[in-house]
Design a protein around this ligand. Structure first.
Ligand code: CA
Length: 357
């Protein structure tokens, strides 16, 4: 934390100085991201970081961004940054849960914090400290890399009225949420993004989750599955910037400060970009397809999901002291943060909705 604050001060200091340090030879880095270069808003933060770093450093630090269409290893980002083939990466921390289950906390967990609550935990509680502890073993630095906000629960061809409707349902839902659904009898599958629409259309799967209106609209799911369920499983999915520790150590103090500032700005901007995209896409979807039915899972289903989530988290905590410590840190912070969310945002929205009735 102190380091990051100091970096902001350092940037201010750099701006006031003449820049003899920047006359040194150009630093050239490469960044590999999990996404194709065209998949905005997920691809936006790394592209923006590259632009900001080049501009702020007067061209003395340049980062070449490569999408998955180039490196062909969307889920190899952590290994490639650790190994030094790329100095930087952009991905999602929960993709590494097979390497270390504690990595899930730095993306999102089912029934976890909202975006504002989670950023407060990262930057003004213990989030950054724990994130660095977990990534130390990979010899990489990890920074927040942009948030999607609340993700929708997904597109379903049939309405879910009871727990029985989940039994045998074929659904694409990755991560911890997939484990939760599997416990409830869902036949969880993973299908490449490019085949999802056809799979849903032809009935190879009955349901899927993706992100939210802004990204879902491009996939066309609303044309073949009318039930759009509200979210529970990814309340604030944070992307990640990975940096090879040795490469970072070689940067000048100015370049370090520029990079850290650019990552923070670009991450915040992804949240704004996705919010606007979702607001616009939702308006368009509702107009073009008035038959879309927004649903929330029935309370008994949600209670079963919550219990399955708690059972899973507790079983991981029993096996892994670090997981237990981070889980407790998130729970403790969420408990007080949620009280503030309720009397501020939640009550404000509730009040204005009542006025409109
Ligand atoms: Ca998702």
């Amino acid at each position: 934390m102190k380091f990051i604050r100091n970096c902001f001060l350092a940037v201010a200091a750099v701006a006031m100085l003449a820049t003899p340090a920047m006359a040194a030879k150009t630093v050239k880095w490469k960044l590999a991201m999990t996404w194709p270069s065209t998949l905005t808003p997920l691809a936006s933060p790394p592209l923006q970081v590259a632009k900001l770093v080049k501009e702020m450093s007067g061209g003395s630090f340049v980062i070449k961004v490569e999408g998955k269409e180039k490196h062909k290893a969307p889920l190899g980002i952590l290994d490639m940054v650790k190994g030094g083939q790329y100095q930087m990466g952009h991905s999602g921390s929960y993709y590494w849960k097979g390497k270390d289950i504690s990595t899930i906390f730095f993306t999102t967990i089912p029934f976890g914090m909202t975006t504002a609550e989670q950023y407060a935990w990262f930057y003004y509680d213990d989030g950054m400290k724990y994130m660095q502890q977990v990534y130390d073993r990979f010899k990489v630095l990890n920074f927040p890399g942009g948030n999607t906000g609340v993700q929708m629960g997904g597109w379903f061809k049939k309405e879910i009225n009871s727990l029985d409707d989940l039994k045998g349902l074929k659904m694409r839902i990755p991560g911890l949420a997939g484990e939760v659904f599997a416990k409830l009898g869902v036949n969880v599958t993973n299908i490449p993004a490019g085949e999802l629409y056809t799979s849903l259309d032809r009935g190879t799967i009955d349901a899927l989750e993706w992100v939210g209106p802004g990204m879902d609209i491009k996939m066309g799911f609303y044309k073949v599955a009318p039930y759009y369920y509200t979210g529970w499983h990814e309340p604030a999915s944070e992307m990640q910037f990975l940096i090879n520790k040795r490469a970072f150590a070689k940067l000048s103090a100015e370049h370090k400060a520029i990079l850290i500032t650019a990552m923070k700005a670009a991450s915040a901007d992804m949240y704004y970009e996705n919010f606007a995209a979702s607001a616009n896409a939702w308006e368009q979807m509702k107009t073009e397809f008035p038959d879309i039915k927004v649903k929330t899972f029935p309370l008994p289903v949600l209670k079963a999901m919550k219990k399955a989530t708690d059972d899973l988290l507790n079983s991981y905590a029993a096996k892994d002291p670090q997981f237990k410590e981070i889980l407790e840190s998130q729970k403790a912070f969420m408990k007080k943060a949620r009280q503030w969310t309720i009397i501020s945002d939640y009550n404000y929205i509730k009040t204005t909705m009542e006025l409109d009735q």
